[in-house]
Design a protein around this ligand. Sequence first.
Ligand code: FAD
Length: 450
Amino acid sequence: MTDTLHIVGGGMAGSEAAWQAANMGVQVVIHEMRPQVGTFAHQTGLLGEMVCSNSFRSDDSEQNAVGLLHWEMRAANGLIMATADKHRLPAGGALAVDRDPFAQTVTDTLMEHPNISVEYGEITELPQSGSWIFATGPLTSSTLGQAIAAETGAEALAFFDAIAPIVYYDSIDMERAWMQSRYDKGETEEERTAYLNCPMDKAQYDAFIDALLAADKTEFHEGETAGYFDGCLPIEVMAERGRETLRHGPMKPVGLTNPHQPDVKAHAVVQLRRDNKLGTLYNIVGFQTKMKYGAQTEVFKMIPGLENASFARLGGIHRNTFLNSPTLLDGQMRLRSRPNVRFAGQITGVEGYVESAAMGLLAGRMAAAELLGGSLDTPPATTAMGALITHISGGADAKTFQPMNVNFGLFPPVDGLKSGRRGRKDRYKAYTDRAKTDWQAWLAPQAAIA
Ligand SMILES: Cc1cc2nc3c(=O)[nH]c(=O)nc-3n(C[C@H](O)[C@H](O)[C@H](O)COP(=O)(O)OP(=O)(O)OC[C@H]3O[C@@H](n4cnc5c(N)ncnc54)[C@H](O)[C@@H]3O)c2cc1C
């Protein structure tokens, strides 16, 4: 007889965590606040509700990182994937689902499981004892949010994301861009060359501002802006405040010398900063935006050096409760300051239905293993699951940490393969082949209990 695992939040992550732990023989209680307490986005009291689009994105497990995550979750008997497959709708290479029967099936399957019970009501505190997983998502209730902030420190819990686009380093044209920190500041050579700079002349800057102003933008959802603060303005809003605002803000050209044209003073400079320890990803500094995705790729490719950029993720600003996981969570998804509490799902700083469910799968298995008297190693960073958990629990830069989709920039490179756009197909295949082998090897010893 083991202790009970309590899971707070029956969304993508909580539902998957419950399923995995219950299948390992652990008694699980899901605490879900809906329908008593709602959010601005959820419409029902069902578990596993999809709050917006009905897509789980690409299902290509050979050439796409989210497709690979699908594959890994299927291999681990994932509830969210099995239910998505059951209610699949035609959508080309994407996995789209019929949302109402999907959530109904997730709810029924969990309710029928002999090891799972559901208690409805809001949890408002972090408990001192027992084994808990908090999977309360981007719209965590405000009372619980305050309790989490009291434990972690207010600066380690965000209520909005401010996502600047992230570019694959190997898609940047270094014949035009160069590495240099403003005024060569820094103690070490690495610090003095921490930024990647893309210069603009006046004509390029003017065209860029025109494009920013004209681009299609998304609106906040109704009810989403409560608590939104002015400190992190979208780049296009800065441009609306005056054509020169960006040149005096994130695009100021001072303290930098372009080694490709040392005698030419840039009119404006776009800076990118390393986003992960591997150095495969760079974010465009200060470029959080509400532009629509299609518009973003068009506008950002106007930046000299980014003409052929591949984006690991595009920018956005959303209502989104998330932890500064690199400072707070260990590789077992436990709160370092209170190891009886794990976090899973979007609140850990992953982004998307699939990524949230994936982190639920890991948290559920890890918590159950611990309750059964053992432990599970963190999956290797060469797998999609492992790449994500490694990123949020330490691979990402804690100072600039923002929610992350799964993407190949999170994976350790495979040696001996061609970089850049031309080698992409072979490279992605090598990543996914390696991931599948390593994921199977991680799962194999658990087969007896899962
Ligand atoms: C408006 C909006 C639109 C989004 N659209 C998309 C999209 O189109 N595609 C995509 O891939 N991702 C989208 N996301 C991001 C994210 O992937 C989803 O929110 C996803 O559902 C996150 O999974 P989760 O399990 O972490 O959280 P959720 O699925 O939100 O589950 C959290 C659960 O916890 C419950 N809860 C919260 N607080 C408490 C409490 N104190 N006590 C008990 N229960 C509590 C909630 O009621 C909810 O059921 C969107 C997010 C938002 C906010």
